[in-house]
Design a protein around this ligand. Sequence first.
Ligand code: PEP
Ligand code: MG
Length: 890
Amino acid sequence: MVLSSHWVFNFGGGKADGNAKMRNLLGSKGANLAEMTNMGLPVPPGFTISTELCNSYFAMGHVYPASLRGEVDAAIERICTETGRRPGDPDKPLLLSIRSGARISMPGMMEAILNLGLNDETVKALARETGDARFAYDNYRRFIQKYSDVVLGIDQIAFEEIIEDYKDERGVLYDSALTAENWMEIIDAFKAMILDELDEDFPQEFDKQLWGAISTVFSSWMNARAITYRHLHDIPEDWGTSAIVQAMVFGNLNDQSAVAVAFTRSQETGEKKLEGCFLPNAHGEDIIDGECKPLPLTHSEGSDVKSMQELMPTLFSQFLAICEQLETHYKDMMKLGITIENGKLWLLQARAATRTPKAALRVAVDLAKEGLINEAEAVSRVDPRSLDQLLHPTISDSEKRIVFAKGMAASPGAASGHLVFSTRDAEEFVSHGRQVILMRIETSPEDVHGMHVARGIVTARGGMTSHAAVVARGMGIPCVTGASALQIDYQEESVTSGSVTLRKGDLITIDGSTGDVLNGDVQMQNPELSEEFATLMEWVDNIRRLKVRCNADTPQDAKAARDFGAEGIGLCRTEHMFFQDDRIFDIRAMIIATSEEDRRRSMDKLLPLQRADFEALFETMAGLPVTIRLLDPPLHEFLPNQPEDIAAMARALKMDEASLKSRIHAMHEFNPMLGHRGCRLAISKPEVVEMQARAIFEAAVAAGEKTGAPVQPEIMVPLVSIREELEFVKARIDSTAKAVMKEMGHEIDYMVGTMIELPRAALQARKIAESAEFFSFGTNDLTQTTYGISRDDAARFIADYIKAGVLEQDPFISIDIEGVGELIEIASERGRFARPDIKLGICGEHGGDPVSIEFCERVGLDYVSCSPYRVPIARLAAAQATLRRHQMIK
Ligand code: PEP
Ligand code: MG
């Protein structure tokens, strides 16, 4: 890695050392401050210490390189020149803010320290300069509190207690009623407490304050919250954080001062309208805390609530113009943080705004329509996994809502679950397979674990920009904030709203799109897909090379998948067609039959049922390819094991119970998933193949005649490892085809292929391809057999592997590119060698996973097949994979 020649990068005063492209070095905040400075926007001067310094700081055992001090001193000097202020100056002291700045925004990191540079002397200067002693001492005490908390390690609560005791003694209710003299006395109490705790005075020297803060920023990269956050979001440790030091501007100076947070489009829907809030004469943190009630930015007809537009019309117009300029420049929806100090607007932050999946989709499509980006760029802007949320249920319209409480609609979507009040309980419930809704008075970064496992989040406090709301939107889970009627009792583990009390474990539902908190669980309904969704999908389909099929066993699944854009069925698991009551006995009878005659008898009953099933599937998918897999039943899934089921089966088969029991016992397998399943069953019982092939061919003829779209069934043989297995089964299929064609007087075009789901099959792919017209990679079994890890037992210990860092991710969820992937590459290459036009697809669970889809694109498969709801995700992921392959996106 090449390190830059210096650690410190200046910005402000119309000139910056960096730009937006330098995110890796400056963190996103630092890079954007540099970019905005270069754009000529009003940014308070400052400097960024790079992420490389962070890495060096840890590599050198918390020691700074010798050159850093000189660079920082020079940068401070530069701020002094820009602002006309100096550290510790008795008239015009320099005051700074210090922030951390990771490459992507990380709520687990250190919050800002404001007003660094205040001490017992400079506070007097601030009081004189502003003519407002209360303002000065309030800022000083805030600085002491924050600095002591994050740098000196003294809990905030100790300070809050001092303030509360002070107010109680004087019968004062609100902080706002405290005078400058009150704050001076409180500050004395703070300082005494700090001396008592640390045996040291609160640092008065500018240098000591500054370096304490800088070290805390860098150390915060390794605090437990940040490590957890990185873990959850796959953020590499060596990214590091930057530290941003910037001149203070005051939004709480007077009535001509304010702070505001704005989004250039709606975070919820993506609609082009300014959203956000505005607080006159306030601190930036007041908005984030949700402590004061902010005002709107724009005026709404008929509302008597004052807005920024009315209160500061000139600044509002300047602000609007800046929003427009930033959107055009960044070609994205932006979030802006501004401070107005005595009538002058300063930009403190601007970055691409976080948004709901619905908004992300609309913004991408709208930006392309507005000509700011092209269609490929729009396609690359939507995270395929986020579509999950758009495709998932919301509360059914017809459902009666028993509203328990109401709050803000902070993150859309609906969810039901058991009520829990702590992260510990959330994790505990989830580990027992129960879904939870996490309810807190308010959340903090310590709650991130609990939020991550919860289905939804409710807080009694906070608003649209409070911690819970921001984090939930980022995670894409429903959230209701500020439900102030909720009286939460953590001790009792209960919550009361009006006359109703709910306790831990009770079922509740939240609707993050309306802000409703409902008692009990309710029925959900499927979402209606927006116009933008259809437009984006059209662009997606123009770009992608991979076809997307679905795994569907019923006409209903097939219909849903077709509506989502599936281009065929890649896997119909015929054993799933036997689970219904009316046929389970016949399939069981077939399995336990000891003679061919008995087997054929049960098969004769199954044939018409299978034929009808296939006919319906072919009709639903008219004109599209349908791959039907021959029976692949792990026998243990079909044979009864409970005494009452065995008795019922004995009655149905007119057998005595004891002999049925002993027959079942004789069929017991130690490893059923590696046992008598797949084509092995077909070889022992070829009549089954003949019945299924007959049902398929007869149905194909009937459906073709009905719909007018000829059906070309693709018959797939499972669990092949030896070419001769496939040939044996194929011979039965071919002879059945011949017989049916003769009987029906109808030509049938069909293909026979195989699953590649065993390592031997992958290695023998050249030989197998001589008999197979297509391969479909069964990556569930291929992962199981490549690792030798049982797919049904893996969940018990894979999490330990991930925790221990032995595996990065569960190979049953996202394909193991190194191992299983190599087998797929080998099989594809060898298969194509024998049969250049062989059709290649994948139908394991990985077929709907975006990272695995990218791998499929690289290997050049023809299609992926996945469950119906994942079809749009797979289409989008396939388009992004194509773009990446052609290096059109990163
Ligand atoms: C597979 O093994 O990947 C597959 C699709 O088949 P099944 O999951 O039915 O074993
Ligand atoms: Mg399989």
